[in-house]
Design a protein around this ligand. Structure first.
Ligand code: HEM
Length: 455
């Protein structure tokens, strides 16, 4: 069979290739590629990366995790930072890890995790005063981190250790993007940033080790993610049983933080941003929340079934601003994709951001329109055209946790506050490891109470 050559993206520069465009404005650059083909090669310095612009090819690659694996220089560097946990581990160890971690996210544990989020979000909302200007992204990051920390370790952390863990994680999260972009030699220089990053990593792992050892010795189920990981057992095909070792658990805990805190914070920040720019949608959301929460009771997991509009608002936000805007893979065995030969060792980039803006599936794709998710009135997109949590065996393990807890935080804020824009200026997304609002300040305006009876 004859195979075709993958086209190279336009606008390459000598030596640097497309790296300057990719670094300056990756979303704009990526958005220019679908017009050039289903598969387009870009050159990032010396590295060639094939960008997949078609949803069917994206689906095929994400399902074939044996030959489209988590490998290559990007994963090598991210492993140095967050270890070899579920997000970064290669295919040959993934299934065992996934089986051992799945019980931590069992639906029966979700109500407990949800209560933590609601009490944390209520504390945030109680701390606001009428007219206060809120710096949204850092506040949502603190909220997501604190809720996650409590759900990981229940009450095992004293306040100082919890604060240290949050500070260390912030330092590590800030460093991830820089360290995966810079050449390894620069990461080894004894700069202030590199020293701070190493010190944060060492202190965090020391603290995690103490908590893991303490909880292992206690041998109790505290209802948290760590208890579930400590008691998980896996039976291999040969009948041998294994459990997660302390070092593996430590990698998983850091992985959950890296994968779960910024993503949740960003989905909350973007939702608040979009609501502030669409008052008519915000009013409909407030009306729904008022009728379900009756203006006083804290939200709980069961309420989410009665908040369909809130759910649509969040889905539409995930469509427009998928926190994980791109993922990368390495092809480990030569393969053919839509007539193009892809040699072993090729680096692949797949992008939820690109797929979520395909106008054949999403008419007027830039428009914030939660009603497009109303299945009674609009044809729904094919499942693989909406992939904010990925697809296939490597799909997000925290998808229900993330969606439910973010929805409950939003319901909690909306039941009491309107968060309004300070100006008409559009907020720019910054595409680092996660898609973050460049800056977002909103004014909290206290809403009149709605003394409707709870349904
Ligand atoms: C709204 C929030 C979230 C979004 C948008 C999101 C998105 C994603 C995406 C797109 C992937 C697939 C990455 C790939 O294919 O390379 C993924 C994987 C993963 N996510 Fe999430 N995530 C979110 C929340 C969370 C939370 C809260 C946790 C944990 C507490 C979490 C833990 C993970 C893990 C462990 C994986 C790797 C799964 C595997 O390979 O088996 N995520 N996430």
């Amino acid at each position: 069979m004859t195979t075709r050559t993958t086209p190279s993206a336009l606008g390459t520069l000598p030596f640097a290739g497309h790296a300057p465009r990719m670094l300056r404005d990756p979303l704009r650059f990526l958005s220019s590629l679908p017009a050039q083909g289903d598969l387009v090669d870009i050159q990032l310095g010396t590295m060639k990366v094939t960008v997949v612009c078609d949803r069917e090819l994206t689906r095929q690659l994400l399902l074939a995790d044996d030959i489209c694996d988590k490998g290559g220089p990007w994963y090598d560097r991210i492993r140095e930072t967050i270890g070899n946990g579920l997000v970064t581990c290669p295919h040959h160890v993934h299934r065992r890890q996934r089986r051992l971690i799945q019980p931590s996210f069992h639906p029966s544990r979700l109500p407990g995790y949800a209560r933590t989020m609601v009490s944390r979000a209520t504390a945030v909302s109680d701390g606001w005063h009428d007219g206060q200007v809120i710096d949204v992204p850092p506040l949502m990051l603190t909220l997501s981190m604190r809720a996650l920390l409590q759900n990981l370790f229940s009450s095992a952390l004293d306040p100082q250790t919890a604060q240290d863990a949050i500070d260390d994680l912030r330092t590590i999260l800030r460093a991830i993007h820089r360290r995966t972009m810079l050449p390894p030699a620069l990461n080894r220089l004894p700069t202030v940033g590199n020293r701070r990053y190493h010190a944060a990593g060492q202190r965090l792992r020391r603290n995690l080790q103490t908590v893991i050892a303490g909880q292992r010795q206690a041998g109790k189920d505290y209802g948290d993610l760590l208890s579930a990981m400590l008691s998980a057992r896996d039976t291999a095909d040969d009948g041998s049983e294994s459990a997660l070792a302390d070092a593996e658990i430590s990698d998983q805990l850091i992985t959950f933080f890296a994968a779960g805190s910024e993503t949740m914070a960003n989905i909350l920040s973007w939702t608040l941003y979009l609501l502030s720019r669409h008052p008519e949608i915000e009013q409909r959301l407030h009306a729904e929340v008022d009728s379900v929460l009756a203006g006083s009771s804290p939200a709980c997991l069961d309420d989410l079934d009665r908040l369909p509009f809130l759910n649509r608002v969040m889905r539409e936000t995930l469509r427009l601003y998928p926190p994980v805007w791109m993922v990368t893979r390495e092809v480990t065995a030569e393969t053919t994709l839509s007539g193009h030969a892809i040699p072993a060792g090729s680096a692949i980039m797949l992008s939820p951001y690109l797929l979520h803006r395909q106008s054949d599936v999403y008419p007027d794709p830039e428009r914030f329109d939660p009603d497009r998710w109303d299945s009674a009135h609009c044809p729904q997109p094919p499942r693989h055209a909406f992939i904010p949590f990925g697809l296939g065996p490597r799909k997000c393990i925290g998808d229900q946790y993330g969606m439910a807890l973010a929805a409950l935080a939003l319901a909690t804020f909306s039941s009491r506050w309107q968060l309004s824009a300070l100006s008409d200026a559009e907020v720019r997304p910054v595409a680092h490891t996660s898609l973050t609002p460049a800056a977002l300040r909103l004014r909290a305006i206290e809403r009149p109470l709605h003394p409707l009876p709870r349904r």
